[in-house]
Design a protein around this ligand. Sequence first.
Ligand SMILES: [Zn+2]
Ligand SMILES: [Zn+2]
Length: 335
Amino acid sequence: MNSPRSRKLLLSVAAVFSLTALARAEVNKVEPIAPDVYFHEGDIQGHGHCNNGWVVFEDYVLVIDANFPSGAQEIIPKIRALTDKPIRFAFDTHHHGDHAYGNQFWVDNGAVPVAHTGVIEEMRKYETGYYDGKPGRWEDAAKGRADVAASKLKPPTLLFPDEMIFDDGKHRVELHYFGVAHTHGDGFAWLPKEKILFTGDACVNGPYNYLGDGDTGQWLKTLEAAKKLGAKIICPGHGPMGTGELLDDQHAFFAELRKEVGKYARKKPDQMKAAVDAIKASLQKNERIARCLGNGLAGQVEKVYVEMGGKPFLNKQAAAEEHRRHAQAHGREFK
Ligand SMILES: [Zn+2]
Ligand SMILES: [Zn+2]
């Protein structure tokens, strides 16, 4: 155990352990990142919560992501402990329940939900219960979550097509839309003075990428646009915050995944399916992206394969299992 190779192995195990310990220690803890700017890593494992951020302006507070109702309940007292300024705006980075289902809770506390126009378009597509009475995602989530069952969907009412700016001379937050990524309505919150970027699920730090509502080819372009901002601190949608390199890691994951799947794009679905383990082994060798790999890889491979013109290869049972895993990753608990 004294060869350079085993020492390297021990070192990397120690590094992974300390990173994991750090990540767990920071869940549910308020992290001041700059004067009046805070980050809060949500408890995704236990409650499906997303990460939150908030900025205390001169006259009001802007919250980044509404979270689930129980996630909103978790952080409101933490904001209140720091300031008594009114919470005026809650910015949904996208339409998913773990980022937008807490909207009603914020409205009840005096805030207006804000989002890119694509969030409303996504809600019209998936939230059929709200728009035309046919049960949709909210109703599905309410079956397994008491906090959702006790609240109601509140689509954002203040919408921006490309950009919206909050600036009181001291603080500036720019909400940007850079294109399709994790969904068709991903908004970013950019603090140019502090060089802090809140990405929603367009960038995550860990095995939390859900591809079902997005497009990986466009996702790469959107990440490239976000990278041009030159962020020093990235506050991802899930997982611990990191440096600007987090965007590069996320980009590398999709670039490598697409490269691997591309080798099978013209092969039969069975051949694609049989290659999942080999793809996993290959991606795991890449230190930059190994932590992005989770149990959902088969579903992610299938999504990319379909984007490239292939046919789905997961059988219905496996697909249901994938859905269950994704849903859990996004906090919809199933009985
Ligand atoms: Zn999401
Ligand atoms: Zn999420």
